[in-house]
Design a protein around this ligand. Structure first.
Ligand code: ZN
Length: 200
């Protein structure tokens, strides 16, 4: 498959474009959690929740071509073929349960939206799909989807705004935790984003 490399600068710009096309307030307004599911649907994609693997190893998958996907049927205890249309994002149903981790669910959604934005031209017509595996080897495409996913959920302008508002009176740990909560991401994702931009 062809390779395509976007600079980090380009990735930040793509994130800003995706967010402002939906609602400029997401980038320029008050810092708040990005409505990632609405954003996905506004991009003409549909979200489907299925058990993608029996062992939960695949968290999400973006479908670029109409076809059939194997999903695990928890009642039948076997894989069944499920018809999917191009532009479907499959999210592992284990991420949607009540005690599931919201940060991981939202990050998986953002990662898959990022594949759609960055890689649909590469995948269209190949019959392949972009899957987020728990222990995937990090290819360039996965790395870039993670970068864009982070930039969508934690827009840089908003991160900086929140950082300078919340920093007074907070130690590093509390600051990261409160910012993670504000943006609806994991503490780890927030810490990486802040460190990467030399804010921590
Ligand atoms: Zn991926």
């Amino acid at each position: 498959m062809a390779k395509l490399f976007y600079s980090e600068y380009a990735i930040e710009n793509i994130a800003r474009r995706v967010l402002t096309a939906y609602d400029p307030k997401l980038y320029y307004g008050k810092p708040a959690a990005i409505p990632i599911e609405d954003l996905i649907e506004a991009n003409g994609l549909s979200l489907e929740y299925q058990y993608l693997r029996k062992n939960g190893r695949i968290l999400g998958k973006t479908i670029f071509d109409d076809g059939l996907e194997a999903v695990y049927d928890m009642e039948l205890h076997e894989y069944i073929l499920f018809p999917v249309r191009a532009g479907t994002i499959l999210i592992d149903a284990s991420l949607c349960g009540e005690e599931a981790n919201t940060g991981r669910f939202r990050f998986t959604c953002a990662h898959e939206l990022a594949h759609w934005c960055l890689h649909k031209k590469l995948y269209l017509g190949t019959g392949e799909s972009a899957a987020l595996m728990l222990t995937a080897e990090e290819t360039d495409m996965e790395f870039q989807a993670n970068l864009l996913g982070s930039a969508i959920l934690m827009p840089m302008a908003q991160v900086k705004r929140a950082f300078y508002q919340l920093r007074p009176g907070r130690d590093r740990r509390t600051l990261v935790a409160d910012m993670a909560c504000l943006f609806g991401v994991s503490k780890q994702a927030m810490r990486i984003r802040l460190e990467h931009h030399n804010l921590l």
